[in-house]
Design a protein. Structure first.
Length: 149
């Protein structure tokens, strides 16, 4: 049996909202947003979340780190079209020693377009996995839904 489609972030989530108006070039021959664009939308929203709740990503990079994407989950529920304004809601599900998981809800005019999640490894500028700095890890865990990880 299929699970219900999420229409709101979970209670208690630390949420950021990003908006994106669909330009024509993101659509395909059927007049809908090409599925590959949704991955970009997740990244745009994740950067907004980091800006609002952690540190601007450019500062993370200046500190010699990146968040490398290690997993992507995306479920499409309804198509977006040219000139639609998409709202992308983002929250952190968990943070561990060297990784974190973000979740997403994409909506247009109240309808759920897609739901998803990404997992990220903290890496140095050479791509080697590194533990999150202690203060950042504590801050992210404090914002995460899961507190037992």
């Amino acid at each position: 049996m299929a699970s219900a489609v999420r229409t709101e972030p979970p209670a208690g989530a630390t949420v950021s909202s990003a908006r994106h108006r669909v330009p024509f070039y993101e659509t395909d021959g059927m007049g809908v947003v090409h599925h590959s664009n949704y991955v970009r939308y997740l990244e745009l929203a994740r950067i907004v979340w980091l800006d609002e709740h952690d540190e601007p990503y450019r500062k993370v990079v200046e500190q010699g780190m990146h968040y490398a994407t290690t997993r992507l989950e995306l479920a499409y529920h309804r198509a977006a079209r040219f000139d639609d304004e998409i709202e992308i809601l983002t929250w952190i599900e968990w943070a561990r020693g060297a990784s974190l998981r973000m979740a997403y809800l994409l909506r247009c005019r109240g309808d759920t377009l897609a739901t998803g999640a990404t997992e990220h490894a903290a890496v140095d500028l050479e791509g080697r996995v590194r533990r999150l700095p202690r203060e950042r890890a504590a801050r992210l865990r404090g914002l995460a839904l899961a507190t037992d990880t």
